[in-house]
Write a protein that binds this ligand. Structure first.
Ligand SMILES: Cc1ncc(COP(=O)(O)O)c(C=O)c1O
Length: 388
């Protein structure tokens, strides 16, 4: 099988993660009473927070807050930060994890939202941010890279414009954490990540790194017990407890601790170079295929792994199904939970077939995928749609 769907989730855990999870289940968890489970869970969480703080350049491990994934992290900030009458800016390439919570607040009349236009390849002109900011703009949310087109957004420049005008900034790094170096220099008040993609951890764990100012401005979205300041009926005001009520997902957190430590050993720059080489090889190979159209940028420095394609005269869902049945190639077709990005690329509503190679992929797999793709298309129907 060829797995070309890393943008959705990572297919296999590293041996280190599997080993430590087994040992946790076999020893620590089964002997919870003897090992003072609470203490052990706290130690695991601190280990993960330290690794993640290094990965994201956070000053303190306590700035790392765990959630069930990027969706919960994005909602935590959106629901906790905006107030009635606020205005929020986001882009036309956002995932529904951003688009749906914002639209729900907009439709109930609580906030106004502007979706900043990107060009057909997904590029955002930072001037759009400058022009889009209003007196009541509270928050700018940017996806670091489009999960449909692979396009990297000019986040540092956009965030600097927003922060100059007192607007909070939130980075959705679901597609880039563990693949592209991410540091505080990007200027984000919050960085949201998920475990099961580039970080190589379990599904159902993720979180955010929060700056001091934004964390003070946010209300806790979910309230409950934290094991701290228990005499008070109010949530503690300090991080991470303010945003981490309830029993934590210790297995998920352990998987993050181990996978991020491994990532730091390898170096995110090294992973980025490997990913760039594979994606460039794939995109160069596509040039020889007249039946295939690439949506999104070609230049490796301007993009990350997701490569969205249209196959002449063929339905994306049928191509993806056939790629799996005939060639055992796993891709993802349709709208990829990002309908606005497809409207931007001109591929709405039919979507595209998305290929994304990652850490476990090989050059031979890329070449076999190109060979398989050469056998598609060329049918009698209308051909490609032109981006609008
Ligand atoms: C850009 C982007 N944001 C957010 C998410 C949501 O991540 P999760 O499902 O882990 O909450 C995804 C997942 O596909 C994504 O690609």
């Amino acid at each position: 099988m060829i797995y070309a769907n890393y943008a959705a989730t990572t297919p296999a855990l590293s041996p280190g993660v599997t080993r430590e999870l087994r040992s946790y289940l076999g020893e620590t968890h089964l002997n919870a009473a003897r090992n003072f489970e609470g203490l052990e869970a706290g130690a695991i969480a601190l280990r993960a927070r330290k690794a993640l703080a290094r990965l994201f350049g956070a000053e303190s491990p306590l700035q790392v807050v765990f959630t069930s994934g990027a969706t919960a992290g994005l909602n935590l900030v959106i629901q906790g930060l905006v107030r009635p009458g606020d205005h929020v800016l986001a882009t036309m390439v956002e995932h529904n994890a951003v688009a749906r919570p914002l639209e729900a607040l907009r439709k109930t009349g609580i906030i106004t939202v502007d979706w900043l236009p990107c060009d057909a390849e997904g590029f955002l002109d930072p001037q759009q941010v400058r022009q889009g900011i209003k007196k009541n703009t509270r928050l700018l949310i940017l996806s670091h890279a489009s999960n449909v087109l692979g396009t990297l957004l000019p986040v540092a420049e956009c965030f600097s414009i927003a922060r100059e005008q007192g607007v909070f900034t939130l980075l959705d790094a679901a597609q880039t954490a563990g693949v592209i170096p991410l540091t505080r220099e990007l200027g984000a008040d919050g960085i949201v990540f998920t475990g099961h993609k580039g970080l190589g951890a379990l599904a159902g764990i993720g979180g955010l790194v929060l700056g001091e100012e934004v964390s003070q401005a946010m209300r806790p979205w979910i309230a409950g017990g934290t094991g701290s300041a228990s005499a008070s009926l109010d949530m503690p005001l300090f991080l991470p407890d303010k945003f981490e009520p309830g029993t934590q997902n210790t297995m998920g957190i352990l998987s993050l601790a181990v996978s991020v430590e491994e990532l730091l050993d390898i170096g995110v720059e090294t992973i980025r170079e490997q990913e760039k080489a594979l994606t460039s090889r794939f995109i160069s190979g596509l040039e020889a295929l007249s039946n295939v159209r690439l949506y999104g940028p070609k230049e490796p420095d301007h993009r990350t792994a997701p490569v969205s394609l249209g196959i002449q005269g063929s339905d994306p869902g049928e191509v993806a199904g056939s790629l799996f049945e005939k060639h055992r190639i796993v891709t993802r077709s349709g709208l990829h939970c990002a309908p606005l990005a497809h409207k931007t690329a001109g591929t709405y509503p039919e979507g595209t077939v998305r290929f994304s190679f990652g850490r476990g992929s090989t050059e031979a797999e890329v070449d076999s995928t190109l060979e398989a793709l050469a056998t598609y298309g060329g049918g009698p129907t209308s051909g490609f749609r032109v981006p609008v």
